[in-house]
Design a binder for this molecule. Structure first.
Ligand code: GLN
Length: 312
């Protein structure tokens, strides 16, 4: 199945129009920078596995990637160490708990359960093969750029805002250290994890990153293979189980696509072999997922008949 341009453009435009004034939610407040972003911003984008780009709304606005970065660091670490070793060290089970839960670590003898919540994400960052903090960061930024087909940059403002408030993540890194589940200096891992969350992306960048997964690991804009196709199903499975935090089950039940959200207000969903849908708007629900972005992505997925569990 290949969806035509008019159908995709219509789905993107009507999802944006339907939800641009949706009320509800609040910007993340525990990171001072995020609290200050204009809550009315809203964009929707689709990038197809054959490289077509559709977008509307505030699609040039750059926002913090936040938790969505976990997907691409997971991809990099898995590429470097192999899927089996990655799985053995980081796990692949949903926690059913908030993304920054310490209880999730307690449940598993201070070992992570999933690369897509903070504990497992910090462990994944530490697993990236690197010679030190800057090398680790440069490899992760380079992977993010390869997925996005653009020279993404770190926001010093976002990074400073998080580095000076991320005590909870630092505490989790020491718990991981106690559980033999951190693979570099724990504070280096949190430093680089915090930087990876502070990259600025547009909604089109996010859809391109997702489209690289939809295209089996080959970036459809540049034509470059970013990761092995064999690793993509592991990543998408993990997004299904944990990508929308404590609402991952509801999301699978209603939308039926692997997705990942971040507290910056971005969400990306991947329809394998077809396309990725991204949306951005800062106000979040109590699970940490953007209210308008969830609604818009769900509408586009439904309009285009992309629920994986529905077949074709
Ligand atoms: N940088 C944020 C944190 O570690 C990312 C969280 C998120 O987007 N859920 O708390």
């Amino acid at each position: 199945m290949s969806l035509d341009d008019a159908t995709i453009a219509q789905a993107v435009g009507s999802a944006h129009a339907a939800h641009r004034d949706d009320p509800g939610g609040a910007n993340a407040s525990y990171i001072p920078y995020l609290a200050s972003v204009d809550p009315s911003l809203f964009a929707v984008a689709v990038v197809t596995a054959d490289g077509r780009v559709f977008s509307t709304g505030d699609d040039r606005f750059e926002f913090a990637i936040e938790s969505i970065s976990k997907v691409f660091t997971m991809a990099l670490a898995m590429e470097q160490v192999g899927a089996a070793a990655f799985h053995a060290k980081i796990g692949a089970d949903p926690t059913g708990l908030p993304f920054n839960s310490v209880m999730a670590l307690d449940l598993n003898k201070d070992r992570p359960l999933s690369p897509l919540v903070n504990a497992g994400a910090i462990a994944s960052t530490s697993l990236v093969t690197a010679t030190g903090a800057d090398d680790r960061w440069n490899r992760i930024l380079s992977a993010q750029r390869d997925f996005a087909a653009r020279e993404l940059q770190l926001s010093d403002e976002v990074n400073d805002s998080e580095q000076t408030t991320n005590f909870h993540n630092r505490a989790m890194a020491w718990l991981l250290y106690g559980g033999d589940s951190i693979f570099c200096d724990p504070m280096e891992a949190v430093d680089v994890y915090t930087r990876q969350c502070s990259t600025l992306i547009t909604t089109v960048d996010l859809a391109t990153m997702g489209a690289t997964l939809a295209a089996g690991g080959r970036n459809p804009i540049t034509g470059t293979r970013v990761i092995s196709s064999g690793n993509v199903p592991h990543i998408l499975a993990e997004m299904t189980m944990e990508g929308m935090y404590t609402r991952s089950g509801d999301w699978a039940y209603t939308v039926g696509l692997p997705a990942k959200s971040g507290v910056g207000g971005g969400i990306v969903a991947v329809a394998p072999g077809e396309l990725a849908i991204a949306a951005f708007s800062p106000p979040l629900d109590d699970a940490g997922n953007s209210v308008r972005a969830q609604a818009a992505v769900a509408d586009v997925a439904s309009e285009l008949g992309l629920n994986l569990y529905a077949g074709s």
